[in-house]
Design a protein around this ligand. Structure first.
Ligand code: PLP
Length: 397
């Protein structure tokens, strides 16, 4: 997929269902427009862009978020339990390299993913050889076109070579939402093993809340809770948030200082009032989540319409902005399907990229694709229609 950049910059009229950009939701954009013009009007904008914040991030945001987490969810965190980063991708860069490789006790450690498919961005983050390991999931068939992955707790073991466990909730690419029981079990197992549990909430709660059921954020002293402003609608402001023990937060601050002196102030500064007032929660609950829910419904309708007669399964979509489609016994790998679709102006991501750390071949990985349903409805409809045509052709050839 190294060709993706060339394709995207080639000026062709492409239907890009491959990317991770959030949808441009007018009601959200107008809130940010208003926030920015107020900040310009009252001098906040100038103050934000004209001085460095501390390496832990914009202090008023840290205070506002810790208050919100304590008030809304009964957490017991202070501003020194929170650090900002340059997007949560850089949070993972810091955390994975902190927790993997050669440790002070002479042991080499890795991050363990309890199951894959998982976020593609974890793939090359750890410098250490063998810095990431993953387990296969169990597959539950729910109905003739729906399935769901579950962690295989019988196979999932944490030994002394694990430096940390990481899950995204909801999961990119599958839309899986680990249940409260699964998270509790992971919290217990990691606590007993004395390793941190990283929970990646890029799409989760408290915001942006692209979760199609009511869940609460779950925390404990050994949990590293990662959040981002990207899917709230601000990916260009590169703002990641880590909530963790003061010990971890201190290290993140030090790495920020070394890597970038200070974190960007704009994302945190502009959204501080939304966090202070709880407006960020309302936005997720009343605007962002319903928006994606209705887009999901459309996308599922188009799958049903265009894939009639095909043997296909969709991972039960419980959150996030993607559909994960599985075509059992597909005669070509989805990498080939990707090339054929690209030739027709449709971009999707072949499934095998989402199995980082799984050191075994698994046909299933080559029978899946991820598509985003956050782009314009006509593009999503066209993409699904042509995907269905190409899958049908692959079976017929
Ligand atoms: N985690 C997950 C699960 C994601 O899907 C993404 C981006 O798509 C990220 C983290 C990175 O987000 P950010 O824009 O904050 O770096």
């Amino acid at each position: 997929m190294d060709d993706l950049g060339d394709v995207l910059s080639g000026g062709r009229d492409l239907c890009n269902l491959g990317g991770g950009n959030p949808a441009q939701i007018p009601a959200v954009q107008s809130i940010f427009d208003k926030t920015i013009s107020e900040a310009v009007g009252n001098g906040t904008f100038r103050a934000l862009i004209s001085s460095y914040d501390g390496p832990q991030g914009h202090r008023p945001f840290l205070i506002a978020l810790s208050n919100l987490l304590n008030r809304e969810y009964g957490w017991s965190v202070g501003p020194d339990n929170i650090a900002m980063t340059t997007g949560s991708q850089s949070s993972f860069y810091i955390l994975f390299n902190l927790l993997t490789g050669l440790c002070g006790d002479g042991q080499r450690r890795h991050i363990k993913l309890p199951m894959v498919p998982e976020y593609i961005g974890y793939a090359d983050v750890a410098f250490a050889n063998d810095g990431l390991r993953a387990n296969r999931p169990l597959i539950d068939i729910i109905d003739s076109h729906t399935f769901k992955y579950r962690i295989d707790f019988d196979e999932f073991k944490i030994d002394d070579t694990a430096g940390g466990i990481c899950v995204s909730r909801p999961t990119n690419p599958t839309g899986n939402l680990l249940s409260a029981e699964e998270i509790e079990k992971l919290m217990e197992l990691t606590h007993a093993a004395g390793v941190p549990l990283i929970i990646d909430n890029a799409y989760g709660v408290p915001f942006p809340n692209i979760v199609f059921s009511n869940i609460e954020p779950m925390f404990d002293s050994h949990v590293i809770y990662c959040m981002s402003l990207s899917k709230l609608g601000l990916p260009g402001l590169r703002t990641g948030i880590v909530v963790a023990s003061e010990e971890i937060i201190e290290v993140i601050g030090s790495v920020n200082a070394i890597m970038s002196l200070a974190t960007g102030s704009l994302g945190a500064g502009l959204t501080t009032p939304l966090v202070e007032t709880g407006e960020a929660l309302r936005l997720g609950r009343e605007v962002i989540r319903p928006y994606y829910e209705s887009r999901l419904k459309q996308a599922l309708f188009w799958c049903k319409e265009h894939m009639v007669g095909l043997d296909y399964f969709i991972h039960q979509p419980e959150g996030g902005i993607f559909l994960w489609l599985w075509f059992p016994a597909l005669p070509v790998a989805t990498q080939v399907l990707y090339q054929r679709l690209k030739a027709r102006g449709i971009l999707v991501i072949p499934g095998h990229y989402f199995f980082p750390g799984l050191n075994e071949t698994w046909d299933h990985a080559h029978e899946c694709v991820r598509i985003s349903y956050s782009q314009s409805p006509d593009q999503v409809e066209k993409g699904i229609r042509i995907l269905a045509e190409e899958v049908r052709r692959a079976f017929e050839l």
